[in-house]
Design a protein around this ligand. Structure first.
Ligand SMILES: Nc1ncnc2c1ncn2[C@@H]1O[C@H](COP(=O)(O)OP(=O)(O)OP(=O)(O)O)[C@@H](O)[C@H]1O
Ligand SMILES: [Mg+2]
Length: 315
């Protein structure tokens, strides 16, 4: 198992998350449907894709939203075809759920709780009895191997609905928290174009501070740190500790990624300025005491290789 996890981390450029990968793999191999739950940007989709691809089964991916109907999920009769052929198999368009069941494939549902409740309910019989009934079409049986891997934000997020107890009961739920500061630094090294350690360290510290600042209702995900490091690097080329420079990039990076208790542009700027001033201050003190910001758990070179591989893959 440990070797498989090493391979998954390497193949999918995943930093840390060994426990979550292990639980997901065990559940998937035992044929259990998996629900990965956590705040925005904690890596749910990344893990779901890695686990799904690892199982070497066909993966059908859908993204849930409030307009996702039962018909769109399961399948529907095409009206022009019904007119010419009637309600026959030929007039039926298989939706992602029916296709995944027939192929014994993995149905990857991103943002499950953004789907309307009625649509979510279509999954109930598919998940435990491995069948669905479609009016005028009949029964569809799932082939062996059919599995659902779903992701969702916690219920308090805007635009999400609560999963019914019955649906929750059919999943193995794996919760993802924010990762450690070291791991977040490694993620930014891997996913950003910035190769200045000082910029990366400060970008991560500022981002983490947005998560425990009184004026902020919802702090930023790692995407904020990636954007901040990229923007600062692009603007200034190397680290400097000018508060104005950091503020300029932070405003662009966080406007869509943090939620203030009461938003006004002035409050947004003041809050960020406070965080940046404190972070740069503490960072200078840390540096004076010899903190280098290097990885503590594996050499920097290893990350550079991973990053190069990742960039190669992206080309
Ligand atoms: N452990 C990790 N290792 C490497 N990259 C990561 C990790 N966690 C997150 N990322 C990166 O952070 C970004 C957000 O990850 P991802 O899209 O998987 O999050 P999510 O939880 O699905 O977000 P959302 O709630 O917005 O759907 C991506 O660029 C991803 O590659
Ligand atoms: Mg996602």
């Amino acid at each position: 198992m440990e070797t498989i996890i090493d391979k998954l981390q390497k193949d999918y450029s995943i930093i840390g998350r060994r426990e979550e990968l292990k639980s997901s793999l065990i559940a998937a191999r035992a044929g259990k449907h998996i629900l990965l739950e956590g705040a925005v940007g904690v890596g749910k989709t990344t893990i779901a894709l890695a686990v799904a691809s690892h199982l070497q089964r066909k993966v059908i991916r859908i993204d849930g939203d409030e307009r996702y109907t039962e018909q769109k999920l399961a399948g529907w009769f095409d009206p022009p075809l019904v007119l010419s052929k009637g309600y026959t198999t030929d007039s039926f368009i298989y939706g992602p759920l029916a296709s995944a069941m027939l192929d014994g494939a993995i149905l990857l549902i991103n943002e499950l709780n953004r789907m309307p409740e009625g649509t979510q309910n279509v999954l109930l019989t598919a998940m435990d009895e491995k069948i669905i009934y479609i009016p005028k079409f009949g029964k569809i049986d799932a082939k062996d191997g059919f599995l659902i891997i779903a992701t969702q934000n916690p219920e308090e997020y805007i635009g999400t609905s609560q999963l019914s107890e019955a649906l929750k009961d059919r999943f193995i739920c794996i919760t993802l928290d924010y990762q450690s500061e070291n791991e977040e630094r490694d993620i930014v090294r891997l996913r950003s174009k910035c190769d200045d350690n000082n910029i990366i360290n400060v970008a991560v510290k500022v981002t983490r501070s947005t998560r425990d600042t009184e004026e902020i209702r919802r702090g930023s995900s790692i995407r904020g740190a990636i954007d901040l490091a990229d923007l600062f690097y692009e603007s200034f080329g190397k680290f400097n500790d000018d508060i104005g420079n950091w503020l300029e990039c932070a405003k662009l990076s966080f406007l869509t990624k943090i939620e203030l208790q009461d938003f006004t542009p002035k409050k947004f700027e003041e809050t960020l300025k406070k965080i940046i001033t404190k972070t740069l201050d503490e960072y200078k003190k840390e540096k004076m005491h010899g903190f280098s910001g290097e990885r503590t758990n594996s050499p920097k070179q290893e990350i550079d290789i991973e990053r190069i591989n990742y960039l190669e893959k992206k080309k």
